[in-house]
Write a protein that binds this ligand. Structure first.
Ligand SMILES: Cc1cc2nc3c(=O)[nH]c(=O)nc-3n(C[C@H](O)[C@H](O)[C@H](O)COP(=O)(O)OP(=O)(O)OC[C@H]3O[C@@H](n4cnc5c(N)ncnc54)[C@H](O)[C@@H]3O)c2cc1C
Ligand code: FES
Length: 507
């Protein structure tokens, strides 16, 4: 039987809808096969594509804030007037539609010509901008430079062998076998040529010559810059035990790492995952989707307790156990001898694949060698400037003054890296914009998404609204009565509202 597409949602907007029929501030309707979101903001009515350009999240379940709508899934934000994705993780603009009012009826019939993004414009126009790193921050910076109408040269140097990819997918759907390879590139190959971004892969930057204002590649070639962005990310910590260098023992950071793990998982009976934190557990879930028996070995007594607290930790453990994962907590692997992984506690697990997910270390060598001010990361100010004139840093390497926690923090979150890349891009053009986004990350385990806003290294109180075990909760982390962070499961609007409240409270 031929597959049929689901009919588009809501009323046909070409036939019009009475203002009084709008339930609240948002309504989904359609024009032909296109689903459109009608949004009332003050006295204005906007019509915009109904789905987020990141992973297709339903914007009608999100939050309207002034002339923006925020996505419920990973907190991207779109300008209702221009369709621009003003906050990552979405990068692509949404189509906007003409709204016509006739009497008390509203009609939507056709798309508007895509408006230009609202930009502050180029205040300073350096001739050559060089970006070191082809990951979240590096890519978002390059894309934002062109969005801001920067016409000078952009060179992006990446030690990876693949163009920038959607890294979070490497432990989730792609590893599970449910996302095709063509979902991974952040942009198709033509984008770089069309946008005049000189992307050079397999290009390791070995040093920075600040006097000559150039970077020196490992092969001795130099590339000149007027502004430089360091976005070198992090690398997985390797396990220092005998046998950890065997071909079936792998870390997961790059597309090449992920392909190697998929190769080993194909036909594998059993895997050992070392590390019971985000990457390890997401990978465990994905390997279970491939019907591989999974043993997770972790030093902690409860998975993710350090970040999410004991109750969430117990829930995550139970969730993975329901899916057949076998935990060995309070333990580690002391040796890998062929297929035999020996536990410190004495047992042996025979495994075709060992995945090591014991944390990452920021890649700081370049910044250290250049003599930049360091503090367990590259120290940057609110504008993401390092201690050296014209050199900026963003993403996993950057420690910045976080307005919300009043601390200098460094995090390893995809959305933060992208948003920092975007802010650094604007500041390389002289726009002087402070980075003030509330940190956000998400993690996915089977059908359970966990969203987290804020930053709580330590807390003295956790309160739970709803039920963690029931997969419907908002968990607040507080210190001396002050809200530091919120984790949630299927409470998307509450999570967006918490983010907004933190923005307003700390403004
Ligand atoms: C499998 C996986 C899943 C993840 N899932 C999530 C998630 O669900 N949610 C979340 O918030 N975060 C997630 N993360 C973390 C997130 O991906 C990182 O925080 C983010 O990628 C950091 O961006 P970045 O630009 O700082 O570094 P990266 O994205 O790591 O990019 C660094 C780039 O710099 C290049 N580079 C390094 N040194 C040099 C050099 N000397 N010369 C040239 N190039 C160099 C690298 O090759 C790479 O291209 C995940 C990470 C992994 C590995
Ligand atoms: S689906 Fe909208 S931000 Fe991810």
């Amino acid at each position: 039987m031929a597959e049929q597409n689901a009919p588009p949602a809501g009323p046909d907007l070409t036939l019009g809808i009475a203002l009084s029929e709008l339930p609240g501030d948002m309504l989904v309707g359609h024009v032909g096969d296109d689903e459109i979101l009608l949004v009332m903001s003050g006295s204005q009515i906007f019509a915009i594509d109904a789905h987020c350009s990141h992973y297709h999240g339903p914007l009608a379940d999100g939050l309207v804030v002034g002339e923006n709508v925020r996505c419920p899934w990973h907190h991207a934000c779109f300008d209702l007037r221009t369709g621009e994705a003003v906050r990552a993780p979405a990068l692509g603009a949404l189509a906007v539609w003409k709204v016509e009012c006739e009497g008390d009826r509203i009609f939507v019939r056709e798309r508007r010509e895509q408006p230009k993004p609202r930009t502050k414009g180029v205040v300073e126009s350096p001739d050559r901008i060089v970006i070191v790193g082809g990951g979240a921050a590096g890519f978002a910076a390059a894309e934002m430079l062109r969005r801001q109408d920067y016409r000078g040269g952009i060179t992006m140097l990446s030690s990876d062998d693949a163009p920038p990819v959607d890294r979070p997918n490497l432990s989730k759907d792609y590893l599970a076998g449910s996302a095709p390879e063509d979902w991974l590139p952040l942009r198709p190959d033509e984008f770089y040529k069309d946008s005049a971004i000189d992307l050079r892969l397999n290009s390791e930057v070995a040093s920075i010559d600040q006097g000559a204002r150039n970077v020196v590649l490992a092969d001795g070639k130099t590339v000149a810059y007027d502004r430089l962005l360091l976005a070198t990310g992090a690398e997985p910590v390797r396990l220092a035990v005998p046998g950890a260098d065997q071909p079936h023992a792998r870390v997961l950071r790059s597309l090449a790492d992920c392909r190697a793990i998929i190769g080993l998982a194909t036909g594998a009976r059993r895997a050992v995952v070392i590390g019971a934190s985000f990457i390890g557990l997401e990978a465990a879930a994905s390997l279970r989707a491939r019907n591989v028996e999974v043993h997770v070995v972790g030093l902690e007594q409860r998975p993710m307790e350090r970040v999410l607290g004991p109750e969430m930790g117990d829930f995550i453990r139970a969730l993975h156990e329901e899916h057949g994962v076998i935990f060995h907590l309070g333990d580690t692997v002391s040796a890998i001898d062929g297929k035999r992984a020996t536990l410190k506690s004495g047992g042996v697990i025979e495994a075709d694949l060992v995945m090591v997910g014991v944390g990452v270390r920021p890649r700081l060598a370049l910044a250290e060698k250049a003599g930049l001010t360091m503090d367990r990361g590259v120290t940057v100010n609110a504008y993401l400037e390092t201690s050296a004139p014209g050199i900026f840093a963003a993403g996993d390497i950057a420690r910045w003054p976080d307005r919300h926690s009043n601390q200098k923090i460094r995090v390893e979150h995809w959305v933060v890296a992208e948003r920092q890349g975007q802010t650094a891009a604007r500041n390389m053009l002289g726009q002087r914009e402070a980075f003030d986004a509330v940190p956000f990350f998400w993690s996915q385990h089977y059908d359970v998404p966990i969203n987290y806003v804020g930053y709580a290294e330590k807390w003295d109180q956790i309160t739970v609204d709803g039920s963690i075990a029931g997969k419907d909760c908002l968990v607040r982390y507080k210190s001396r009565g002050r809200l530091l962070a919120v984790a949630s499961i299927y409470r998307d609007v509450a999570s967006l509202e918490a983010e907004l409240a933190m923005e307003v409270a700390d403004a």
